[in-house]
Design a protein around this ligand. Structure first.
Ligand code: G3P
Ligand code: MG
Length: 326
């Protein structure tokens, strides 16, 4: 099985809500017995690969290493190269507080959370009291990029802060200091736009409720609309996560690295890559678009009807059996 590699989606394939699917535990056992190189690849995130690998190792009763864990923001790690020294610009990280831990682990030297900007100047978003426990940030360090790692915890706050930072070209003083008021018009986009990155394009996701919840893609649509109304320009940004190429390239390398650990003497050349997922728009589209074999399961988002998957199966156990026989 050295010339097969698999990327498993997590939500709707291995995990359902907060519970692990029994088929997933059996599928993992078979993968280990057959020494198949694999990764877990999710559009979720908001934590470190080490934390998520430890959590899933327990749930799936099999050892998953951090390098086999591809969260939506994992392929963004190399972006830290431009922001990794004491003198580098800071970066704004959108998402829950634990995203900062992930950013530090990737090598970003000065990651900042939106709530820390509110701790610096509550008037930026004056419609609620800032959350206690966040430290103010320095006004002297420019914010050089905006990276959305995970779902925004407060759309209003984050839309305001992102629009402010783009207009002020990352200079917090221009946002908070009153003497800058007279120059307000000159701050309107006479400069190249601050780089903006999103880790997940999913518009909605499902939890225990009957109607879908907005995912990071919902926040992005909202931000784009407000920004365009404000500036008259389209928001420029780069996407990561499934179904985008950067994420599949990253996953291929991670599978090949795992393959090297299992078969040190064997080249990865000629390996066939399979993507098992439940979401036709991210998992199946991503696998098809990037030259992988797409395998769709029925335990998650997909509920029947038309689909573009190469292989359709009931669940992840059948998916693995089908791949092993191929
Ligand atoms: O987009 C939200 C996230 O829950 C999707 O997770 O594992 O199905 O890619 P996953
Ligand atoms: Mg899924």
């Amino acid at each position: 099985m050295r010339h097969v590699g698999i990327a498993f989606d997590i939500d709707g394939v291995l995990i359902k809500g907060k519970k692990v699917l029994p088929q997933a535990i059996r599928a993992m056992q078979r993968i280990k017995e057959n020494k198949v190189p694999f990764v877990l690849m999710t559009n979720g995130g908001g934590t470190t690969e080490a934390n998520k690998a430890a959590e899933l190792s327990g749930l799936l009763k099999t050892q998953i290493t951090p390098s086999q864990m591809i969260l939506s923001h994992t392929p963004m790690a190399p972006l830290s190269a431009n922001y990794s020294s004491d003198k580098s610009d800071a970066v704004l990280i959108l998402g829950k507080a634990s995203c900062k831990e992930a950013a530090l682990a990737y090598g970003f030297k000065h990651p900042i959370l939106s709530e820390e900007i509110l701790a610096t100047c509550a008037d930026i978003w004056p419609f609620r009291t800032p959350i206690k426990g966040y430290e103010p940030v320095s006004l002297d360090r420019r914010i050089g990029a905006i990276l959305s790692f995970h779902d925004s915890q407060d759309w209003g706050r984050d839309i305001q802060i992102v629009c402010d930072l783009i207009r002020a070209n990352g200079d917090l003083r221009r946002i908070v200091e009153p003497e800058h008021h007279t120059h307000r018009r000159r701050h309107q986009l006479s400069h190249p736009q601050l780089p903006v990155y999103f880790s997940n394009g999913d518009f909605v996701w499902s939890n225990n409720l009957p109607l879908t919840r907005f995912a990071q893609g919902g926040f992005r649509h909202s931000l784009e609309s407000v920004y365009e109304r404000l500036s008259g320009k389209k928001l420029e940004y780069t996407m990561y996560g499934k179904p985008y190429k950067s994420t599949y390239d990253f996953a291929k390398l991670a599978i090949d690295t795992h393959g090297q650990e299992l078969y040190p003497q064997v080249e990865s050349h000629g390996r066939r890559y399979f993507g098992i997922g439940d979401n036709p728009e991210s998992d199946i589209e991503g696998a098809n678009r990037n030259g992988w074999t797409s395998v769709l399961v029925k335990t998650g988002v997909y509920e029947g009807g038309e689909h573009e998957a190469k292989i359709l199966v009931e669940d992840v156990e059948e998916a693995v059996d089908t791949i092993l026989k191929s």
